[in-house]
Design a protein around this ligand. Sequence first.
Ligand SMILES: Nc1ncnc2c1ncn2[C@@H]1O[C@H](COP(=O)(O)OP(=O)(O)O)[C@@H](O)[C@H]1O
Ligand SMILES: [Mg+2]
Length: 253
Amino acid sequence: MALLRVENVTKRFGGLEALKDVSFSLHDGQVKALIGPNGAGKTTLFNLISGIDRPTSGHVFFRDEDLGRLAPHMASRLGVGRTFQHSKVFDDMSVLDNVKVGRYGRSHAGVFSAFLTLPRHRREEKAISEASLRALRRVGLGDRAHESAGNLPVGDRHLLEIARSLASEPTVLLLDEPAAGLNNEETAQLAEIVRRVRDDGVTILLVEHDMGFVMDISDEVVVLDYGKKIAEGPPLMIRNDEEVIKAYLGEDL
Ligand SMILES: Nc1ncnc2c1ncn2[C@@H]1O[C@H](COP(=O)(O)OP(=O)(O)O)[C@@H](O)[C@H]1O
Ligand SMILES: [Mg+2]
């Protein structure tokens, strides 16, 4: 069974149809890419899948749960993690604290009561630190945990954000333009880490403009254009698809 099903999803913002009757599935253990020109609706779709917004019509199912019927925080509780298109790294906090910030969403004590020194909270604090360190090690940043995040080069900032999502142990990870602004070496390193995370059992849906990266890493690709799905299939098929090439005319595919 599919882990995630997007079924006939339409999303309107006033008169604008950002998504038009989009359907596709994400299977356990897949890396799937969502591509399309700017404004195609990729981030909008991510917002629906991560539960922070709802479809105007249609459904997003995570296993048997209709995410559009649940409170926004439930998607992450159920195991949908994400990174954002625009970096949310706090420069004057340590690398480790940047990861811990994400982890509190899942803890019982919560951010505020965690400041209390009750034994239960101290235990939880310790568990959060450990989960956060594990997540940093998974992306190769374990050694830099106690440095200021402001010191990290852009490639490592992206990895830090991935670690932050991993700390809450997601089943599905949504990555919004993880390779944006990275040089070739950083992109290759990112591909390696995404593969490793996938091999650890995390299913991945990523939005990305770097076609080399997409073709290299994806099992399947979904193409959006003006809110419509115009193609879906393995990378080689997508690369040779007439409609896809037309949508990207003038762009580098
Ligand atoms: N909150 C919003 N309110 C109004 N329009 C929006 C909103 N979010 C996105 N849009 C519009 O929806 C379309 C798709 O945007 P987006 O999903 O960000 O595209 P992509 O991520 O593929 O570049 C764009 O035309 C954008 O201007
Ligand atoms: Mg976007």
